[in-house]
Design a protein around this ligand. Structure first.
Ligand SMILES: *Cc1c(COP(=O)(O)O)cnc(C)c1O
Length: 396
């Protein structure tokens, strides 16, 4: 098996050499000021990436899914009402988790490929005059469909309805890759993980709580132990955890934040947008369509590409792995077999993206799709030639 090729799955993402090294460290006392020198800067770095001045950042040995559970169990009580739209596999799974915790979810069924319906949220919130809805869930970037949603519009819906519900946002496949504004959007809990925009292995759930969400932890009665944010906060005061932290990964996270902040967040977002535009140019040249319904919802971290009716899109993923040693993402849930996904987030350049586009093209031609070899690559090349990265502009 060759590990030379980059992966093109929407997480876990490619790990830069410097971050691999940062995670590889000798054992230290995890209840010591030395650990504090990793913990506190990592939390401060995450806060900056969230664009927040005062969010409480908690980092658990877990994954994004544990971040969802942290958000729910620390703030809510059994029977509490939650409003959520289902427009893909990840929003579905968060809803499923709510139901398993005995929460009462009002589900807005939304076509897969469309963004969250902020206007429906506003109608439902306006009608909820008794303010029974405690939390609105919003998946910023639906990784299953390659759809981004407008979180500012969801906040506007809450404000227009003069509704006090909290806004919990799943930013697992957007934070650190796409613009995310915790304070400006009035986000109350943001959830992410280590293996997507932060370019590390899976192993950390990363969450930000607003002060309002911290207040809500005092009334929520759902059981929580491992994910209790107050136990965690007490630990942090002593440069420690209530249990054993994933020290190497935390060191990696600290370095990842430095890397992202020294590239400049706006540059990071612009890089993701440029790479994504190249991928989309290729998809257009292939004569294929994205699952995402229209350009306003195109995700800059993952593209879900529809294949012609009667063709099993998963064959592309299997074939790419078998013949070329390259990983793409399969379709999930409702779009299984109908789409394949190219993940284009994390540690990636135009040049790497071109290799993924070229491989997808070879697979589709191998499998008999009516696609001209080189057509997608050429379209992406044209885009990248015309839109060089900031640091390359002088050379161009
Ligand atoms: C990956 C992902 C998750 C799940 O995260 P895990 O780390 O696999 O638990 C949740 N939401 C979105 C949008 C994701 O992309």
């Amino acid at each position: 098996m060759s590990f030379q090729n980059p992966v093109f799955i929407p997480g876990p993402t490619n790990i830069p050499e410097s971050l691999r090294k940062a995670c590889d460290m000798p054992t230290i006392d995890h209840r010591s000021p030395l650990f504090g020198q990793i913990l506190h800067p990592a939390r401060a770095g995450v806060r900056k990436i969230l664009k927040s001045d005062d969010a409480e950042v908690f980092i658990f040995p877990s994954t994004g899914t544990g971040g969802w559970e942290t958000a729910l169990t620390n703030t809510l009580s059994a029977g509490d009402k939650v409003l959520a739209a289902r427009n893909g596999m990840f929003s579905h799974r968060w809803i499923d988790m709510c139901q398993r915790h005995g929460l009462n979810v009002e589900i807005v069924e939304t076509p897969w490929g469309e963004g969250l319906p902020a206007d429906r949220y506003e109608e439902i919130l306006t009608a909820d005059t008794n303010h029974e809805i405690k939390v609105v869930l919003a998946t910023h970037n639906e990784t299953a469909t390659g759809v981004k949603s407008d979180i500012a519009a969801v906040r506007k819906a809450l404000n227009a309805a003069r509704h006090p519900a909290m806004l919990f946002v799943d930013g697992v496949s957007s934070i650190a890759s796409m613009d995310f504004r915790f304070d400006e959007w009035g986000v109350d809990v943001a959830v992410t993980g280590s293996q997507k925009g932060f370019m590390l292995t899976a192993g950390l759930a990363i969450v930000g709580f607003s002060q309002k969400a911290m207040d809500m932890t005092r009334t929520g009665t759902l059981p929580r132990t491992f994910f209790d944010v107050h136990d965690m906060a007490k630990g942090y005061d002593n440069n420690a955890y209530p249990y054993t932290p994933a020290v190497g990964l935390m060191n990696g996270l600290n370095q990842a934040c430095d890397m992202l902040l020294s590239e400049g967040l706006e540059n990071v977002f612009a890089r993701h947008h440029r790479i994504a535009e190249g991928v989309r140019a290729a998809v257009g040249a292939w004569g294929l369509k994205l699952c995402a319904a229209n350009p306003s919802v195109y995700s800059d971290t993952v593209s879900a590409i529809r294949t012609p009716n009667g063709f099993n899109a998963t064959d592309i993923v299997t074939h790419a792995a078998d013949k070329y040693g390259v990983a793409f993402g399969v379709g999930l849930g409702e779009v299984a077999g109908k789409v394949f996904r190219i993940g284009h987030l994390g540690s990636l350049t135009d040049v790497m993206a071109l290799s993924g586009i070229a491989t997808a093209e070879m697979c589709m031609v191998d499998l008999g799709l009516n696609i001209q070899l080189g057509s997608g690559v050429a379209a992406a090349q044209e885009y990248y030639r015309g839109h060089p990265a900031e640091f390359q502009k002088d050379a161009a």
